[in-house]
Design a binder for this molecule. Structure first.
Ligand SMILES: [Zn+2]
Length: 337
């Protein structure tokens, strides 16, 4: 049973400020600033679009509207009268749940706070079977991180329904039909829990040469010294405030552990039994460069030089880049100061 406490709130808990105050000094005078609340809630009607969202929520069907004169099928059914036909009425019509991408979708790796928990995702327009217009949708792959090349213009995709639906457009998303079984493709109203979210296979590295091991040991030392600088930097600590992750890092020359713990950042040469996620890069200098602010780690993931085991941990990669950037900025200021 879902108790009221378990339900997601309109305003996520982390956006609610602590009861606290601070002092600010303006022109030599101290002023007290107090955290307080001023807000309101409202309900909005989805009006004429209600049948479209109700069909998604309750029946796992996608509705469009067909013009009774020209026959054009619009999905979503955002008009009740066709502007091309002297405002002739339209009628509701159900469309298919497979379609083709109208264009190559851009991938959002850095989403605003509303969508951060869902990133990375593709955002594109799909023309469903029986429709004449394109529906905007979020796109995922079941094979790990969505990287360029998996979904392109013309790629055939299928609508997937989330298990928990409240009647909003994020109740549905699409995945390539190439990743589905014929039975799944045939099933109407396929749900996310029916998909197999394949953990992407961890990359395997060839046997390490003496040089690989030397590179690994050198890089590890440099990363450890960077990590201790980061832990001492007030600015850098901000980047990983409130974040906790144990990460296993595998490279050709050896394996080590990275610990992020609410501002503390530590690197140790040991194998983790149950890490939060795994990072793998053949050459540890990919990660070293990232932590030294010589190239973004996020770029290394997107360019497939660095592999991570969980799609949603892209968030952590983003924080590591900020950690590097904040330390570099502090050092630069100190050098200038
Ligand atoms: Zn028409």
């Amino acid at each position: 049973m879902v108790t009221p406490q378990d339900k997601e709130k309109v305003i996520p808990f982390e956006f609610i400020p602590d009861k606290a105050s601070e002092t600010t000094n303006i022109d030599g005078k101290d002023y007290l600033l107090m955290n307080d609340a001023f807000y309101t809630f409202y309900q909005r009607s989805l009006g004429e679009l209600s049948p479209f969202f109700l069909a998604i929520r309750d029946e796992k069907r996608i509705l469009g509207c067909r013009c009774t004169v020209c026959g054009l099928v619009r999905v979503p059914p955002f008009v009740t009268h066709c502007p091309f036909c002297d405002f002739a009425p339209t009628e509701p019509v159900e469309v298919g749940q497979e379609g083709n991408m109208l264009s190559t979708p851009p991938i959002t790796y850095f989403a605003n706070s509303l969508f951060a928990a869902r990133a990375p995702f593709g955002r594109g327009r799909v023309i469903l079977e029986g429709a004449d217009t394109a529906l905007s949708t979020m796109l995922y792959t079941t094979t790990g991180i969505l990287v360029p090349g998996i979904i392109k213009r013309g790629t055939e995709v299928k609508v997937i329904f989330r298990d928990e639906r409240i009647g909003e457009i994020t109740d549905i998303f699409c995945v390539p039909t190439a990743e589905l079984t014929p039975q799944q493709i045939a099933e109407k109203g396929l749900q996310e829990s029916e998909l197999s979210w394949i953990a992407p296979a961890e990359p395997e590295f060839p046997e390490a040469s003496a040089e690989d091991i030397a590179i690994y040991q050198r890089s590890l030392k440099e990363m450890q010294s960077l990590a201790s600088e980061m832990s001492k930097s007030k600015r850098a600590r901000k980047a990983i405030e409130g974040w906790k992750r144990d990460i296993a890092v595998k490279t050709r020359g050896g394996e080590f552990a990275m610990y992020i713990d609410d501002g503390d950042f530590r690197i140790e040469e040991r194998k983790l039994e149950s890490p939060d996620f795994v990072m793998a890069c053949a050459d540890p200098r990919t990660l070293l460069d990232g932590l030294s602010y010589k190239g973004a780690i996020t770029d290394a993931v997107i360019m497939k030089r660095l592999w991570i085991s969980k799609n949603m941990e892209f968030n952590t990669i983003f924080k590591l880049d900020r950690l590097a950037r904040f330390l570099a900025r502090e050092k630069k200021e100190q050098a200038a100061g």
